[in-house]
Ligand binder design. Structure first.
Ligand code: FPP
Length: 263
């Protein structure tokens, strides 16, 4: 594991490399409040939030975390003022083009999930280019949840499976938890071990509703634009201090964990 960079700067932290989460998911919240507190326009919070995205991605990569999901734009975010939506879309497009070199250098693969067809054409193009260029990278996968909603994903999946039943391609009894999970956009991504939400809000906001069933939840008061390596390390330390039971008793945790992973 190549964890020397961030960990060396925080000698008081005690992280066990063997117990790192495989998948960390992040709800990046608080950009607007960060800007308001400084008398700035909300978009300035988003702009600064882009730096936090880079910091989180690169720290996770250094720590050897194989999967990171960033909830970058929800289905509900389309309801924000047009000027803010346009700014967020431009920021995303710029992020995708300017970060590509750094991602290639670090072996980072980018995937995306959500109603991607709703994104403006230039963003879709930049996204497609980044996905294709990074497809063979293996060090870490960054999943961008864009125009994403957990309920929408579940409903869409249910509809696809129902259509498959109606067409006779599968039988109803073949739809079990692993089959359902395998039909979601996250089929190739393990369920998150840890969810981090910034800005003190304690809710899921329609994010990964199926996938978070046994995820450890971590909420921090830090506003997303202030989120840096130290905040990720603090979340990981809290995660490692937890005892995951997957609904089982302590003595049966291993069996319950493998059942959850199989799903
Ligand atoms: C929530 O803050 C954040 C968002 C709606 C967008 C997330 C976008 C970024 C972090 C910027 C860049 C992202 C990428 C992937 C380049 P909020 O506006 O809801 O904050 P508030 O709750 O304080 O108003």
């Amino acid at each position: 594991m190549t964890s020397t960079l961030p960990l060396a700067e925080f000698p008081n932290l005690s992280l066990e490399p063997a117990r790192m989460p495989r998948h960390v998911a992040m709800v990046m919240d608080g950009n607007g409040r960060w800007a308001n507190q400084r008398g700035l326009a909300r978009c300035e919070g988003h702009r600064r939030g882009k730096d936090s995205v880079r910091a989180a991605v690169e720290a996770a990569r250094e720590l050897g975390i194989p999967y990171l999901t960033l909830f970058a734009f929800s289905t509900e975010n389309w309801l924000r003022p047009g000027v803010e939506v346009r700014f967020l879309m431009q920021l995303l497009q710029r992020y995708l083009t300017t970060e590509l070199k750094r991602m290639m250098k670090r072996g980072i693969r980018v995937v995306a999930l959500g109603e991607l067809e709703r994104l403006p054409a230039p963003v879709r193009r930049a996204l497609q280019q980044t996905i294709e260029a990074t497809a063979e990278n293996r060090a870490m996968t960054v999943a961008l949840a864009l125009s994403y909603g957990g309920r929408q994903e579940i409903v869409k999946t249910a509809r696809r499976l129902t259509e498959a039943v109606a067409a006779g391609r599968i039988r109803p009894e073949q739809i079990d938890e692993p089959a359902f999970a395998g039909a979601l956009a996250t089929a190739d991504i393990p369920d998150p071990d840890l969810l981090i939400r910034t800005s003190g809000e304690i809710r899921l906001s329609n994010f990964y509703l199926f996938q978070l069933a046994y995820t450890e939840l971590y909420f921090t008061e830090t506003l997303w634009p202030d989120f840096r390596e130290r905040d990720l390390l603090a979340a990981l330390e809290a995660y490692q201090a937890r005892q995951r039971r997957f609904g089982a008793l302590v003595e049966n945790v291993a069996a319950a964990a493998s059942l959850s992973a199989a799903n």
